[in-house]
Design a protein around this ligand. Structure first.
Ligand code: G
Ligand code: G
Ligand code: MN
Length: 464
C-alpha cells in the first residue's frame, strides 16, 4: 500500500515550518498508519557520511554543496513515492513506505550505497564519499514511529562504529551514547590539553614479560566529563581533525616510550591509526620526523590498523604501509576477525602481527566456538609467519587456554586496564613481593623471579 506524499497535499501544508527531522517523523507516522492495514512493511534508513579527513575537503567547508549533491543522488535512485529528507547534523533520512521485508530494504540500501559512493567533485576538489546506513523496519522492529526512528539511529551508530556500510537494527544492539560533540570543541580540546593518553600492557605469554603498551586516547571534556574514543574518534574522522590528533598521540606516545627506555624499561608503544590516516600522503614523512625528533628507534613503534581501514582503499593503504614499514616500523591488524577480509589477503600487506578481536577472547573459556576461532586464527597467523596477540584477556582461564594454543602475547584486564603512564611505571618497577598479591598458584609464585627491564622487556611478575 503506497501512500504517496507530496508537498502540495493539504495535510502537508502545516509542515513547511518543521525541520527535516519534523517532516520526516510526520511522514513515518503516516506511512505506518497506511501499512497497518496491509501486509506491506515500512523501511526507514538513516544515512551519515564518514568522509576522508583531508582537511582541505572537510565536509564543513562545503556542507551545503555536499548535502545538495547527496540529496540529488538519493532522489535519482529512489522512487517518487519514497521520501528523502535532510536531517540536522548533515545526516539524511529515507522512508520506503511500502516494502515486502528486510530483503527489499537491503536491496535499496545497496543501490543507495553504490550511488552515493561515486566520487564527488566540489570546486575542483575530489572528495571520496563514505556513507553509513542504519536501517529499521515497521512492524518488525517497532510499531511506534518514534521508537522506529531511535532504532534506525542506533543501527546507524553501530554502522559508524563498526565501519560497516549498513547495519540492520537488531535487539542485540545496546544503547550507546551519542554525545553531541562538535568539531570546534574537539579542535579546542587538542589545543587546550583536554586529551590524555592511557597505556595498556601487552604481555608475552611464554615468559610473562611486558613487550609493549598500547596507547589509548581519552578526552576529559570540561562539561561532559570523560569521553570515550568511540564517541570522539568518529567526530575527528568526519572533520579531518584525526590527522592532527593522531600526530599528537604519536608524539606523546613516543616521548613516553623514550622516557621508559631511558629508565631501562624495554617497551615499545602501539598507536591506533584510522582509515583517514592511511589516506594522508604525508604520513610516512611525518612519522619519520617524529621518530627523529623524539629519538625513539623505529622498531620501538608499532601501528595498529583495522581490516576495514585497509579495505577502504587497499592499493593506497598498501603504498602507505610499505613506506612506513621501510622506516622500520611494524604494523598490527587490530580487531582481527570482525571484518570481511581474509588473513591470506592481509598477509600481502607488510604486517607483522594480528590482534584477535576481544569479542572472541572475552568468553572463550565458556564458548567452544569462540575457543575454536581463537585457536584457528592463532594457527593461521603462525603459518603465515605473523605474531599473534589476544585482546580482551580478562581471566586466568582464558590466559591458560591461550598459552595452550601457543598464542604469543595477551592484553586485557587480567593483566591491567589501560592506565596512566605513571601507574604503569609503578606497576613495572614495583618489587615482585608487592605483586605477589595477584599470585594464583605456587607455580606462578616461582616465576615471580622474572627480571624487570631485561632484554625481554619489563615484567608483570606473578601474572605470567
Ligand atoms: O580504549 P577504548 O576501548 O575505549 O577504545 C575504544 C576504541 O577507540 C578502540 O577501537 C581503540 O582502538 C580506539 N582508539 C583509542 N585511542 C585511539 C586513537 O588515538 N586513535 C584512533 N584512531 N583510535 C583510537
Ligand atoms: O580496538 P582496540 O583493540 O584498539 O581497543 C582496545 C580497547 O579494548 C582498550 O582500550 C580497552 O578499553 C578495551 N579492552 C582492553 N582489554 C580489555 C578487556 O580485557 N576486556 C574488555 N572488555 N575490554 C578491554
Ligand atoms: Mn588497538
Amino acid at each position: 500500500m503506497v501512500l504517496a506524499l507530496t508537498e502540495d497535499q493539504s495535510e502537508m501544508q502545516d509542515i513547511t515550518e518543521l525541520s527535516g527531522n519534523g517532516i520526516f517523523q510526520l511522514r513515518v507516522r503516516q506511512a505506518i498508519l497506511a501499512a497497518q492495514h496491509s501486509i506491506k512493511q515500512v523501511g526507514l534508513l538513516l544515512i551519515a557520511f564518514d568522509n576522508p579527513g583531508n582537511p582541505l575537503t572537510a565536509p564543513d567547508d562545503h556542507a551545503t554543496e555536499f548535502s545538495e549533491a547527496m540529496w540529488m543522488r538519493l532522489r535519482n535512485v529512489l522512487r517518487d513515492s519514497d521520501t528523502v529528507v535532510r536531517m540536522n547534523g548533515g545526516e539524511m533520512a529515507v522512508l520506503l513506505p511500502s516494502v515486502n521485508g528486510p530483503e527489499d530494504v537491503v536491496l535499496v540500501a545497496n543501490k543507495i550505497l553504490s550511488k552515493l559512493e561515486e566520487p564527488l567533485c566540489i570546486e575542483g576538489l575530489q572528495m571520496q564519499v563514505r556513507p553509513r546506513l542504519g536501517i529499521a523496519l515497521f512492524p518488525e522492529h517497532s510499531t511506534n514511529a518514534n521508537i522506529l526512528m531511535q532504532r534506525a539511529d542506533l543501527a546507524l551508530t553501530v554502522a559508524k562504529q563498526k565501519r560497516n556500510p549498513y547495519v540492520l537494527y537488531s535487539s542485540e544492539h545496546t544503547r550507546v551514547s551519542r554525545a553531541p560533540l562538535r568539531m570546534s570543541e574537539l579542535r579546542q580540546a587538542i589545543v587546550a590539553d583536554q586529551l590524555f593518553l592511557l597505556y595498556q600492557p601487552k604481555v608475552n605469554l611464554k615468559d610473562g614479560s611486558v613487550t609493549g603498551v598500547e596507547v589509548l586516547t581519552r578526552w576529559q571534556h570540561p562539561d561532559l566529563g570523560l569521553i570515550s574514543p568511540d564517541d570522539f574518534i568518529p567526530v575527528a574522522e568526519r572533520t579531518g581533525l584525526i590527522i592532527p590528533l593522531t600526530l599528537w598521540v604519536l608524539q606523546q606516545g613516543l616521548l613516553q616510550c623514550r622516557a621508559w627506555n631511558n629508565m631501562g624499561l624495554d617497551l615499545s608503544v602501539a598507536v591506533n591509526l584510522s582509515m583517514w590516516n592511511l589516506e594522508s600522503p604525508e604520513l610516512p614523512d611525518q612519522i619519520q620526523g617524529l621518530l627523529k625528533n623524539t629519538g625513539v628507534p623505529p622498531e620501538r613503534l608499532e601501528l595498529e590498523i583495522t581490516e576495514s581501514a585497509i579495505m577502504g582503499d587497499p592499493q593506497r593503504a598498501m603504498r602507505t604501509l610499505t613506506l612506513i614499514r621501510d622506516l622500520g616500523v611494524a604494523f598490527a591488524i587490530d580487531d582481527f576477525g570482525t571484518g570481511y577480509s581474509s588473513l591470506a589477503y592481509l598477509k600481502k600487506l607488510p604486517i607483522s602481527s594480528v590482534k584477535i578481536d576481544k569479542s572472541f577472547v572475552l568468553n572463550m573459556e565458556y564458548d567452544r566456538d569462540n575457543a575454536v576461532i581463537v585457536r584457528s586464527i592463532t594457527d593461521l597467523g603462525h603459518n603465515l609467519g605473523l605474531k599473534v596477540v589476544a585482546e580482551g584477556v580478562e581471566t586466568f582461564e582464558s590466559k591458560e587456554m591461550l598459552k595452550a594454543f601457543d598464542c604469543d602475547e595477551a592484553q586485557g584486564y587480567y593483566y591491567s586496564r589501560p592506565i596512566p603512564a605513571y601507574a604503569l611505571t609503578k606497576l613495572l618497577t614495583e618489587s615482585a613481593t608487592t605483586l605477589c598479591r595477584h599470585v594464583e598458584t605456587a607455580e606462578d609464585l616461582s616465576k615471580v623471579s622474572a627480571v624487570i627491564g631485561g632484554t625481554n622487556g619489563a615484567t608483570l611478575g606473578s601474572k605470567v
